[in-house]
Design a protein around this ligand. Structure first.
Ligand SMILES: NC(=O)c1ccc[n+]([C@@H]2O[C@H](COP(=O)([O-])OP(=O)(O)OC[C@H]3O[C@@H](n4cnc5c(N)ncnc54)[C@H](OP(=O)(O)O)[C@@H]3O)[C@@H](O)[C@H]2O)c1
Length: 507
């Protein structure tokens, strides 16, 4: 089989996509065909020899995956060959075939894709264990999340909201903070441009957050801890910033606060039944649409080193996954598996894996006239409109001139029509089609008609509902698909726009 191999300790570029012998499951183990594997910060540390355990060389990194059971070791009775499962392992997941302990397997429910199944165990498992189990966050409390746009950070935002808390997200760029808002954050702090302590004080009326979730460490830990509320819980998750901070011990004394360590891997080993209980509860929350893993990028197995490089270079938001096999086949299996509709009023988005509203049989013709998906909510903030104007040269004052728009615009502020039609519409409809349509290529062929119904003012949230209007055979394996795209504006009765978009599907 092929695997992404670490032959010598070092940075991701030293990984080699190469052959290795097929692993054989021992007693209590299963062999799984990996369909998708989640990429996590610890994977980047393990290959550098900087993590809590050091596998013998050569090894494939990767600690979580979803796939199909290929073979059973002696004594395994809880799964059978062909089952779709979610698995965790210490390492080895960035390979075509992976060994896992059968006791740790979770059936991948219908309605949850391989990609989502592969990418939520570690991030959501860590955050759920930390926030619910270790900090005991209660409804109505306030939680501050540092590194909030990262894998465990975005999971923490969604879990905090699902538990009824007010969530403040802190991250390093406006773009990352917009993603945090799209995933449910109530307030945001840009810690590279704003004073962390001052903003926390401002946003909590001087009281401070009841829980602080810290996967970054470094320079943010002490100012964050100094801001914590009386009786607060400070969750030590990790040190993505590179530096392990020290805190004066008078600080927890003065605040009656606790510093709470979180080590999810050890929790899984020592408290397996509690881990299975957490996972089962989280799968229930995913099925209800209360948790929706945000997957920002996918990398084929041979390109897996790039996923780890992007993670180390702070380019990643939410989760990224490594996929194995034909993307069309994975999309088809995903579509066939989707039978659980996501609630339409869910406050958080699943990013590019937008929620389906109806089951998706492979036959597209049978879908004509039906809605096939709805994207996540997306904040159209001024930064995005400005970036779009800069890229396209479309500097109309009604888009970018805040003062003049406040003074003269009939809409009372800047609006975002060009950005919606030329950028957000093709991107969101492509993501929905990619999930629901079987094709090796989906090419954007432009718009047939566009009707603007209501203006979208900067700062508003929108989402795209996609309905199939027609499908025409264009020969040599090509089909022309026309979809109706309706952009809803959060809290408003009328949509922003309705547009007919064309896409060429290549078999
Ligand atoms: N305790 C546990 O059981 C457990 C379990 C899982 C993960 N972790 C730890 O949690 C941390 C985050 O993991 P993750 O998978 O969420 O990673 P991630 O997706 O890369 O997110 C980490 C975030 O940290 C911030 N950051 C600040 N300085 C950074 C730097 N020098 N390099 C990279 N990121 C930096 C980045 O946000 P900004 O750019 O916005 O600052 C980034 O979004 C890691 O240290 C990991 O080992 C611990």
């Amino acid at each position: 089989m092929k695997a992404l191999l670490c032959n010598s300790l070092g940075l991701p570029d030293a990984l080699v996509y190469d052959d290795m012998p097929d692993p054989v499951p021992g007693p209590g183990q299963v062999l799984i065909e990996m369909k998708a594997a989640g990429v996590n910060f610890p994977d980047a540390l393990v290959i550098q020899g900087k993590y809590q355990f050091k596998p013998p060389l050569p090894f494939a990194p990767g600690s979580e995956l979803a796939g199909v059971v290929l073979a059973l070791g002696e004594g395994v009775r809880n799964v059978k060959v062909g089952d779709r499962v979610i698995a965790s392992c210490r390492y080895g997941a960035f390979a075509e075939k992976v060994i896992a302990q059968s006791a740790q397997l979770i059936p991948l429910p219908k309605g949850i894709s391989f990609e989502v199944g592969a990418s939520f165990t570690l991030a959501y498992g860590t955050s759920y264990h930390a926030i619910k189990g270790r900090a005991g966050l209660k409804a109505g409390e306030t939680m501050l999340v540092l590194g909030a746009a990262g894998g465990v950070g975005l999971a923490a935002i969604q879990i905090g909201k699902a538990l009824g808390a007010r969530v403040i997200a802190a991250a390093s760029t406006a773009e990352k903070l917009a993603i945090c808002r799209d995933n449910g954050a109530d307030e945001t702090i840009n810690y590279s441009t704003e004073d962390l302590r001052e903003r926390i004080k401002e946003l909590t009326g001087g009281k401070g957050p009841d829980v602080i979730y810290d996967p970054v460490g470094g320079v943010y830990a002490e100012p964050a801890f100094r801001s914590i509320a009386w009786g607060g819980r400070y969750l030590v998750i990790g040190f993505a910033g590179g530096e392990i901070p020290s805190l004066p011990l008078n600080l927890p004394l003065l605040k009656g606060a606790s510093i709470v360590g979180v080590f999810w891997g050890e929790f899984v080993t020592r408290e397996l039944p509690n881990f299975i209980k957490d996972l089962t509860e989280m799968l229930g929350l995913i099925a209800q649409g209360k948790l929706r893993p945000y997957i920002s990028a996918r990398y084929a197995l041979p390109q897996g080193a790039q996923a780890l490089n992007d993670l180390l270079n702070r380019k990643v938001t939410g989760k990224v996954v490594i996929t194995n096999g034909d993307p069309g086949e994975i999309a088809q299996a995903t579509a066939a598996a989707r039978t659980t509709p996501a609630p339409q009023d869910s406050p958080v988005g699943e990013g590019p894996l937008a929620g389906a509203t109806t089951p998706q049989p492979a036959d597209l013709a049978a879908q004509v006239g039906r809605e096939i998906g709805v994207s996540c909510w997306f904040t159209v903030d001024q930064q995005r409109i400005d970036d779009f104007a800069k890229t396209t040269g479309d500097h109309q004052w009604i888009h970018v001139d805040l003062e003049r728009a406040a003074r003269e615009s009939p809409f009372g502020g800047t609006v975002a029509h060009g950005f919606l039609t030329l950028s957000l519409l093709p991107a969101s409809s492509y993501d929905i089609l990619r999930e629901h349509v079987q094709a090796t290529q989906i090419l954007n062929y432009g718009l047939n008609k566009v009707r603007f119904v209501s203006p979208v003012r900067a700062g508003k949230r929108v989402r795209n509902r996609v309905r199939i209007l027609s499908i025409e055979d264009r020969g040599i394996g090509r089909r022309l698909l026309t979809t109706e795209n309706t952009f809803e504006i959060e809290g408003e009765p009328k949509p922003a726009l309705v547009a007919h978009a064309l896409a060429m599907l290549v078999a």
